[in-house]
Every structure is written in structure tokens, then in C-alpha cells.
Ligand binder design. Structure first.
Ligand SMILES: Cc1cc2nc3c(=O)[nH]c(=O)nc-3n(C[C@H](O)[C@H](O)[C@H](O)COP(=O)(O)OP(=O)(O)OC[C@H]3O[C@@H](n4cnc5c(N)ncnc54)[C@H](O)[C@@H]3O)c2cc1C
Length: 342
């Protein structure tokens, strides 16, 4: 992080809350558009437990922390300021702009807000899962599937997620077992038994007692009956809960999704609160790093365009009224520059 809260100015054109792929990508485009931008980041990106990040073209296999450090370096080149802190409140100032409060007590004003706070994965309550999360307890075939191909894979069944993960991982290994964890076999619809059988997935009923670990590696899944199944990977569904408390207090509307309620956004990422954008996992459970970066880019570009249009129109209005202001003159100068093709 390039600055502390103490170095912050009082006001920025855009404040970005959250410095993961989504927030930093918005900041990159806004910085390149010569906007004054502050990124406030609490430093807990979702994929921090994973050693490597996959599926981002040209960065496949890079450690997630290295990736973010590189993007922070890039945005700082364009004058974007970065602060390591947590935003505790964001509220409208009554004029369509915003006041933001930081955990260290600092306050900053923003014309536009980007909420890129990500989400929290609530893990299933199976002993051993939390300790191995992101290492050999996984959730995403696209993030880690290739790395565990052909291995003996266990998948945890939960009604909400169904058999989906077992089927996806069956594309990567011929040795996939679905653990029902105490759910009655009869509760699994016939159609599921058929698709699992056709994909070569075995099914084990019985309550899980916990994961078996040796030499800091997952070696199996143990049932309450004491029976153990050798597995080197365990796939679990998580409950993906957006970090959306700032959005709710700002009054942003939400809608139901299969993963629970997520904020409503238009195609640019703007929420139902004018001037507030939400990007990345804060706005959708399915956003991977590349999608989060893309959403941030789009939001940054639209925020810049909106500010350009707004300032130019306001400057023109002031000019027509015979009032000359630095703001109005800047807008006119910009209009001239573009008319000259500069
Ligand atoms: C174990 C694991 C492995 C994964 N591996 C991959 C992979 O290989 N490839 C891939 O594409 N995707 C992967 N993902 C998904 C990836 O983590 C997300 O797609 C990505 O992190 C979304 O980026 P984001 O910017 O929306 O959120 P995040 O990266 O989570 O960043 C949000 C940031 O906002 C900060 N923040 C939150 N609240 C506040 C606040 N109030 N004030 C200030 N800051 C705040 C957080 O501390 C955090 O730094 C993985 C996920 C997990 C769980």
C-alpha cells in the first residue's frame, strides 16, 4: 500500500472500497483517465488461502498475492492512492455524493463510489474442512481442477448444491466419490442416481466424522462408523455471502439468486443508488478473477464517462449563465481539446 490513512486527502472523485481484482481494475482505468482515486482495502481477498491462481490469461499459476501486488504497483503509477484500512460506513451526503468513514476514524468525500468488497465463503461444518480450505479442500473445478486431475476425489453432498460439483469433477478424474454425509439415499432423486452412475461417480452414505490428514496432506474421509475412504482431495460447496453491508445501508436493491440475495446492478455495474457501483464478487457469486477484473474495468470506464458528461454539461450551463468557474472552464478546455483532435 502506497499511503496510510494519514496521507489521505479530504476528497476524491472516486473512492473504491476493496482492492481485489475488481476494485483495482476499476482504479486502473480511472487512474488512466486522470481521475483522483482512493482505494481502501482491508487486505483479505477471497482466494488468499490458495497458493496459485488459475484461468487468468497470461497469469495462469501466479500466486494470488503476487498478482495483486503487481496490479497495485500498476495503479500507483497513475497516481491512484491506496490505503490499507476497512471502510465502516458509506453514506449519501444528500447531494448525490458520498461520505466514507474508515475504521481508523478517517473520513473522506467521494463523488462516486465503487464497492468491490468481495464475498465470504461460509464453509460446511465438517471437522477438518476449515483447516485445509484452499489447499486440498477445494470448491472450484476451474480454479484447481487440472492440478488434481486423476486423483481420488471426494465431494460433499448438500441439498442446495446437489450433485453438480461431483459431475464437474468427474470430467477431471475417473475416481470421484460423492459423500451424502447422513442424507438418506432415498432423498436423492432417481435422475441424480442415473446421471451420477453414467458419469462414473460412486456414492457413499453415512455421516462424516472428519477428514484424515497425515504429514500435512489430506489422505481420506472418515465416517462416523469408523470406515475410512482414501481421498487426496475433498470438494465442498460453500455458502457465498456477499460483503454487502455498505450497499445495504446505502439502500441498494437486491434480487434473489441461487446463491442467495445479491445486489442489483445494471450492465455497467451501477446499483439502484445513483453514483454507487458494485463489481466482482460483491455483485455476483460466479465472478472469477478475470470476470471481476472485467467488471471493474467496465465500471471504471462508465464512471469516467459519466463524470465527463456531467461536468461538461454543468460547465456549459454555467457559461450560458455568464458564470465562469474553474469547473466550467475545464469542461470547455476539454471540449476544445477534443475538437482540435488533441
Ligand atoms: C480458495 C479459492 C481459490 C480461488 N482460486 C481462483 C482461481 O484460481 N482463479 C480464479 O479466477 N478465481 C479463483 N477464486 C475466486 C476469486 O477469489 C474471486 O473471483 C476474486 O477474488 C474476486 O475478486 P473481487 O475483487 O471481487 O474480491 P476479493 O478478491 O475478495 O477482494 C475484495 C477485497 O475487498 C476488501 N474488503 C472487504 N470489505 C471491505 C471494507 N469494508 N473496507 C475495505 N476493504 C474491504 C477485502 O479485504 C478484499 O481485499 C478462488 C476462490 C477461492 C475461495
Amino acid at each position: 500500500m502506497s499511503s496510510t490513512g494519514k496521507d489521505m486527502k479530504d476528497a476524491y472523485e472516486v473512492v473504491v472500497v476493496g482492492g481485489g481484482a475488481a476494485g483495482l481494475s476499476a482504479a486502473l482505468i480511472l487512474g488512466r483517465s486522470r481521475r483522483s482515486v482512493l482505494v481502501i482495502d482491508a487486505g483479505e481477498p477471497r482466494n488468499a488461502p490458495a497458493a496459485h491462481m488459475h484461468g487468468y490469461p497470461s497469469r495462469d499459476g501466479m500466486p494470488p498475492g503476487e498478482f495483486l501486488a503487481e496490479v497495485r504497483r500498476e495503479v500507483a503509477e497513475y497516481g491512484v492512492e491506496l490505503v490499507r484500512d476497512r471502510v465502516t460506513a458509506a453514506e449519501s451526503d444528500g447531494s448525490g455524493e458520498f461520505d466514507v468513514t474508515l475504521a481508523d476514524g478517517g473520513r473522506v468525500h467521494a463523488r462516486r463510489l465503487v464497492i468491490a468488497t468481495g464475498l465470504v465463503d461460509e464453509l460446511p461444518d465438517v471437522p477438518g474442512v476449515a483447516e485445509r480450505w484452499g489447499r486440498d479442500v477445494l470448491h472450484c473445478p476451474f480454479c484447481h481442477g487440472w492440478e488434481v486431475r486423476d486423483q481420488p476425489i471426494g465431494v460433499l453432498y448438500r441439498k442446495a448444491s446437489g450433485t453438480h460439483q461431483a459431475l464437474l469433477f468427474s470430467q477431471l478424474s475417473d475416481d470421484v466419490t460423492l459423500f451424502l454425509d447422513g442424507v438418506d439415499e432415498d432423498e436423492l432423486p432417481d435422475a441424480d442416481w442415473q446421471t451420477l452412475a453414467s458419469a462414473g461417480v460412486s456414492v457413499v452414505s453415512g455421516k462424516i466424522d472428519g477428514l484424515v490428514v497425515a504429514d500435512d496432506r489430506l489422505t481420506g474421509v472418515r465416517l462416523a462408523s469408523g470406515r475410512e475412504f482414501a481421498r487426496s482431495v475433498f470438494v465442498v460447496p460453500t455458502r457465498m455471502v456477499p460483503r454487502d453491508s455498505l450497499l445495504s445501508t446505502l439502500g441498494a436493491r437486491t434480487h434473489e439468486t441461487p446463491a442467495g440475495p445479491f445486489v442489483d446492478v445494471d450492465p455497467t455495474g451501477q446499483t439502484s443508488v445513483p453514483g454507487v457501483w458494485a463489481v466482482g464478487n460483491a455483485a455476483g457469486a460466479a465472478e472469477q478473477v478475470v470476470n471481476a477484473a472485467s467488471a471493474g474495468y467496465r465500471a471504471g470506464a462508465f464512471i469516467n464517462a459519466q463524470l465527463v458528461t456531467f461536468d461538461a454539461a454543468r460547465g456549459a450551463e454555467l457559461r450560458r449563465a455568464g458564470v465562469f468557474s474553474p469547473e466550467g472552464e475545464r469542461a470547455v478546455a476539454r471540449a476544445r481539446r477534443s475538437a482540435d483532435g488533441a
